[in-house]
Design a binder for this molecule. Structure first.
Ligand SMILES: [Zn+2]
Length: 376
């Protein structure tokens, strides 16, 4: 029988396992239970074999610091399993409460382990965080993670990351001479690295080097590969402005700043020496009408997630989610958003964007937004 069709483990299996476990010394308890632990100080991994379709929700709690994995049913024996030597101090099974508690030796965050989902397995990875970050996790109203375990291995969704400009088109040039094309590529590559480490999506890039790629080719890549999401990375320029912003497509811009920006970004093809056949207003309106309501809703959702996450990582431009008529956002099938990381015309933003640590924070915020988007 193929692995995908294996029936889920029944309650009776676990009760039987429970009987055996009751007779075992603590040391062999871990081997008898349907779980695997690798307990490092910088990274701990915990795999629970729960059965296909099993739902779960994970919350953080303090005093003592712990992660609580809530399941509709936990037919494991009541037990406490010490797991000293790493981030996990002890595992506690409370079948009466359908709960498995991971006691921590220091504050840690949890995420799904990188790599493709394995049917019926909840594969978690824990990494240390600062105390205040853990306190934020404890205060969160929503579970840190929740979902339902895959019944069959599914292909992970594809996200296309578009590093703006490149080659002969430098994009905007900062007050101190920073080229937008360098900032966009460095951030896009860092975002790719983080998303791949997260293991929840596949990533394709419109460019990975300093080369010129026409705008239409960027959109086309996402369409041809049936991407779940298209994220275009830029850095802006405007006198007096600073902060990050996120744009989605509209046939009219929400304000003059957005309109001027769309004109500049759309000009990239001309600067690269290749002119797109000019798009008549009629064609533009057909393009827009092709865009299904679903695509618009998806674009609005990733924009909202990105604004929320970027707000944790950096200063934001007021009215952070804006709309304008960008060529790169005109794919009728692919939910798309354009992120302006900041203003290179602002020397504060420019200095920040030159720092790899700042770009890594921005990439982390965007990776969280993307992962939130594909999870829902
Ligand atoms: Zn740009």
């Amino acid at each position: 029988m193929p692995a995908d069709e294996r029936p889920g483990l029944t309650r009776r299996h676990w009760l039987f396992a429970g009987l055996i476990v009751g007779l075992l010394p603590q040391a062999t308890l871990a081997q008898a239970l349907p779980l695997r632990i690798s307990n490092g100080a910088r990274r701990a991994r915990l795999t629970l074999i729960l059965g296909a379709g099993q739902r779960y929700a994970i919350n953080a709690a303090a005093g003592p610091d712990r992660l609580i994995i809530q399941l509709p049913e936990l037919a494991w024996p009541a037990a406490g399993l010490p797991a000293r030597g790493g981030l996990i101090a002890e595992l506690r099974f409370e079948p009466a409460a359908s709960r498995l508690t991971v006691l921590l030796s220091e504050p840690a965050r949890v995420r799904l382990r990188p790599g493709p989902a394995v049917p019926g397995e909840l594969r978690l990875e824990l990494t240390p965080v600062e105390e205040d970050a853990f306190a934020r996790l404890v205060r969160a109203r929503e579970p840190l993670l929740r979902g339902s375990l895959a019944a069959t291995a599914r292909a992970r969704p594809l996200v296309v990351i578009d590093a703006g400009h490149g080659g002969r088109d430098p994009g905007t040039i900062g007050a101190d001479g920073t080229l937008e094309k360098r900032i966009t590529l460095a951030t896009a590559l860092e975002l790719k690295r983080q998303l791949e480490a997260g293991g929840q999506v596949r990533v394709a890039m419109t460019r990975t080097r300093d080369i010129f790629v026409p705008l239409a080719a960027r959109v086309d890549l996402a369409r041809r590969q049936e991407a779940a999401l298209f994220l275009s990375i830029h850095a802006d320029s405007a006198p007096g402005a600073r902060g990050a912003s996120v744009y989605t497509l509209s046939d009219t811009a929400t304000d003059p700043l957005s309109e001027a920006l769309a004109r500049r970004e759309n000009n990239a093809d001309a600067m690269g020496g290749l002119r797109l056949p000019s798009v008549t207003p009629e064609v533009a309106s057909i393009l827009l009408s092709l865009m299904r309501a679903e695509t618009q809703a998806g674009s609005a959702r990733i924009a909202r997630l990105a604004v929320n996450e970027l707000g944790e990582a950096t200063a934001l431009l007021p009215n952070t989610h804006r709309q304008a008529a960008f060529v790169v956002l005109k794919s009728p099938e692919t939910p798309s958003a354009l992120v302006e990381l900041g203003f290179l015309s602002s020397s504060a933003d420019e200095a920040a964007l030159r720092r790899p640590t700042h770009r890594a924070r921005l990439a982390q915020a965007l990776a969280r937004a993307v992962e939130g988007y594909v999870r829902a």
